[in-house]
Design a protein around this ligand. Structure first.
Ligand code: NAP
Length: 253
């Protein structure tokens, strides 16, 4: 994103801690002329909007609440977010970390996890990219995860959904070669947000949400196709992806 020219920015799942910190950075840099906050909970969106208006008094902040889980809901939210004109920058951030064991025993929970982390964000990306192509440009960031790089027993339902996003982003990027629309696949490692509160209480080492948001905003400004954050995860996942199966199968991860 060109921080010299304030732009229209739309964030799906805007109440996510990672998304909120990206929004703060865009507001602080003066990069946002208009910020569209999209989510399922009007009250939480309005509270966030109030905070962001104080941080960036020059920008217009609007909230668009609705159903992120149905095709009709997604189409309607994108249409409302594109009122006036399509955004220059879109961040698709919603998701939830399911309990792997519960998903294994309950197909309804498994399906919900696959839909909220995979199908819904992919459909938002598809719909926003179409709008951006119509106006001739833009950058879309899609938050996947390092968990999407290789399936493992402790979280493969979530990982499979994030893997879907990785392949979707790859295909969109291939389709958009030569166009002015860019898609960035963002792969955070474990990050200190409400989503990982249980991991934190078990002593897991987590990246700060501020650092992850800074990597995302910088990476999207440079239109990087893949953004690992923190950057060390690019190397860690390179190793994990290439571990031979007989080694991987002995790991308790
Ligand atoms: N934190 C990590 O360690 C980590 C690592 C890798 C990737 N990620 C990804 O980063 C993104 C942001 O995560 P975060 O850590 O910032 O999480 P977070 O603070 O817990 O926020 C989760 C967001 O997803 C929304 N959401 C959850 N379930 C939903 C549903 N069923 N329908 C619609 N919206 C739903 C929440 O909306 P409400 O506010 O309405 O609840 C909230 O906006 C997610 O895609 C996550 O998978 C996170």
């Amino acid at each position: 994103m060109n921080t010299q020219t304030p732009q229209k920015i739309a964030i799906v799942g805007a109440t996510s801690a990672i998304a909120e910190h990206c929004a703060r950075l865009w507001m602080a840099s003066g990069g946002a002329a208009e910020l569209v906050l999209i989510g399922r909970d009007e009250g939480r969106l309005q509270a966030l909007a109030t905070d962001l208006r104080i941080r960036g008094p020059g920008a217009e902040v609007v909230c668009v609440a609705g159903d992120l889980g149905s095709t009709e809901g997604i189409a309607s939210l994108v249409e409302r977010a594109c009122a006036g004109r399509a955004p220059d920058v879109v961040l698709v951030a919603h998701g939830s970390l399911p309990d792997q064991a519960q998903c294994q025993g309950d197909l309804v929970q498994a399906r919900e996890a696959l839909e909220v982390n995979g199908v819904s964000p992919a459909l938002f990306a598809e719909a926003f990219v179409a709008r951006m192509q119509q106006v001739g440009g833009g950058v879309l960031g899609l938050i996947g995860s390092v968990a999407g790089d290789r399936g493992r027993k402790s979280n493969y339902v979530y990982g499979a959904a994030k893997g879907l996003l990785a392949r979707y982003a790859q295909g969109l990027q291939h389709r958009l070669v030569g166009s002015a629309v860019a898609v960035c696949l963002i792969k955070p490692g474990p990050t200190d947000t409400p989503m990982t509160a249980a991991l934190k209480s078990r002593g897991a080492r987590l990246a700060s949400v501020e650092a992850v948001a800074a990597d995302i905003v910088a990476g999207m400004a440079r239109r990087r196709p893949v953004i690992y954050t923190p950057g060390k995860w690019a190397l860690i996942m390179l190793v994990i992806r290439h571990l031979p199966r007989f080694v991987f199968n002995r790991m308790d991860i």
